[in-house]
Design a protein around this ligand. Sequence first.
Ligand SMILES: [Zn+2]
Length: 419
Amino acid sequence: MSTGSAGKRAAANPFAGCGVVLALVRSGPGTSRAGLVAASHLSRATVSQRLAHLFQAGLVIETDETLPSGGRPARVLRVNPAFGAVLAADIGESSIRIGVTDLEATVLDHHLFACDLRVGPEATLTRIAAESETLLRRVRLDSRKVLGVGVSLPAPVDFSAGKVVGPSIMTGWDEFDICGWLGARLGIEAVADNDVNLLALHEHRSYWRDVDDFFYVKAGTGIGSGIFAGGAVYRGANGAAGDIGHIQLGVEDGPLCRCGKLGCVEARAAGWAIARDLRVLGIEAHDAKDVVALAEQNRPEVVKLLRQSGRVIGEAISDAVSILNPSVIIVGGTLARTGDRLLSGIRELVYQRCLPLATRQLTVALSQADFLGGLRGAAQLAINRSLAPERVDRMLGQWLARRPASRRRQKSEDSRSFV
Ligand SMILES: [Zn+2]
């Protein structure tokens, strides 16, 4: 392969710019060669040369699917899901699920174990690392193919530092370098975010990839939200964006929240708050799961409280809709399993409170994710980090060297026919 006109700049990276081409293939506009040329504003020859490197490394493949074009139908380009794998850990309040996925975040295998986060970060992460290695052996995956690890945390996260920021349920974890520790232990790059952002990431990547302005609400034991603005996760200055659970609505005589304030959205609408109100009515309930079970029996008291909970969440969301103008709102979390009983209250308030311009083309729907959503979101985060353009440019030489020469040659010949 030629290094082009790098000339005397001996240190120039011959693979510079390949990462951007890969990013366009991943995000959608580059699923055909013509689309890549249009979206990248590069010449056809440059795109072909960069694609040739990506084919040779085995990172991009041409599928049997075709797209209509002016002449011959164009074959669809995709990231090769089997090029590598990532590890993911979905840390909950009392259990941890770890998994290994391909580069489309399809789960190859996963494993759930009980944990008590109070044992502290080192003991917990040591267990995660050991269980991950067992899982990799079980799926017979060469550890050199594992590109990174993503971690979902049930707490606010300083994303750039990879640390939990208190106050949260993760007592003793504040300021611990989770990503640095786990990355060093496993010998791969680690990245972490809070659970709601990662549920939002999974939902967006799997079902709403073309939607740039997207709002995800998790309604379960607590209430939180994940925001996509202009196609990217919006975290705010300290990673606290989207914390709608502790917006205070009507402080006067409001119920006491877990955070110590009065009248928070969570204290009025979360699973534990509905359970509290049910107990006042003489109905045994302790958490969001109990509420869902009672809703499945169509208990009128529960149906009424769920609708009221939906209205409270809808009131909080309507402010966010006015500020962010999303085109899609997705409601997930344990309470979303009650379906329209919760959703109808949310819709009612959002359409009542927001201006018609903001709601004219607004979709409000239930999450489609299953119990692996958090794990797949963590995997997606690790994939995004592993395939970030600058990292691909840096790693491509090593990845090419790893590939058997016979396969590189064959791919090179295949790719020439595209030019
Ligand atoms: Zn609160």
